[in-house]
Ligand binder design. Sequence first.
Ligand SMILES: Cc1ncc(COP(=O)(O)O)c(C=O)c1O
Length: 441
Amino acid sequence: MTPPNTAPVANNLEAFLMPFTANRQFKKNPRMLAKAKGVHYWTPEGRKIIDGTAGLWCVNAGHGREEIKAAIAKQLDEMDYAPSFQMGHPKAFELAARHAAMLPGDLNHAFYCNSGSEAVDSALKIALAYHRANGQGTRTRFIGRERGYHGVGFGGISVGGMVNNRKWFGAQLPGVDHLPHTHLAKNAFSRGEPEHGVELADALEGIVGLHDASNIAAVIVEPCAGSTGYLPPPKGYLKRLREICDKHGILLIFDEVITGFGRLGTGFAADKFGVIPDLMTVAKGISNATVPMGGVFVRKTIYDGLMQGPEGAIDLFHGYTYSAHPLACAAASAVLDIYKDENLFERAAELSGHWEDGVHSLKGLPGVLDIRNLGLAAGIDLAATGPVGTRGYNAFVKAFELGLMVRQSGDAIAMSPPLIIEKVQIDEIIDLVGQTIKATA
Ligand SMILES: Cc1ncc(COP(=O)(O)O)c(C=O)c1O
């Protein structure tokens, strides 16, 4: 007997298993987006939503950029796809050279992939391969940080420090330790980098003391933790981490998936803090989220370290079918033109003072426990009104009803508008956040 067809019918919301979503709750009361331009989305009913989060921290140059569309269309006409294993296409090399030219220090080689998660797993593997190629194959341990988010690959969830990403999936990388997070109550309502907490980096010495440096491959941190409520690093913290890593021959990886491409008012957080990591992971703003793309930028020493085998041997036994996809390369190159022509990184720096004043004006509203900002992003901790996450979710939904998109992380909300935002639009966002906070207190 043929079993009854239980496949969901067309236009039914059932079939899509949505990522990071309360599926049943959403499907009862969906929040749909149908159109986007500039700093706005529109719902299918035509309701206008101001994009307070650049999509998911990724549409830095704003939505619907004609220049990117034209570059993708042109590339599609010329060549839709080309593999990057043992062959190449010119746009990949051109893009890598452009990225190398804009990166600080000797971070001048690029590996490409399709997402931040892939970038993180690739960076961890490049670190292992580098040590092995250099006769230090015992260096296999990784050190992440509590409240870190490094995507959803098994590498990323292992070094990440968000409990829900870890508790559901038992299998983790063996040999991972975590530094303490840097969210200290005594730093509440800091403007920019908080004063206290540089000494939290010293926990790395303790971990080295426990395992010995000869077993440790790399430390990975987000220079400014994004997904757990936006936590700028304490003053001097990243420099201290760099010094300790140098002392012990441990590689330092900055996960700049959020901070890369202008979010802090500089090209990268490495520029902002004057600290150069050995490897840097990026995604999101690299292509303005038009075509999925991620990357790992590595220092010359790492690249050279991998080039020691026989000339005919594969140097890095790792890659993706879509590494340096021609459409992604075309998009990423067009995005670089926009960033440069419109001085968007400098623009973010210029706007950051107005942004800072705006978000900190919300201090004193009911249940506001902390406000943090750096560059063109901010996090606001809200007092719980029920089980963890209830207040944050209610605020997220309320904001959407009022016409604003924010991110929720537990009972915190985070914001990161496109870098093309105008001052009046920042004021509008702040007003809507204020209304949201009062309505959900
Ligand atoms: C710091 C960081 N790393 C990695 C990722 C994962 O990126 P993706 O969702 O593109 O896999 C994210 C995503 O938000 C992120 O913020």
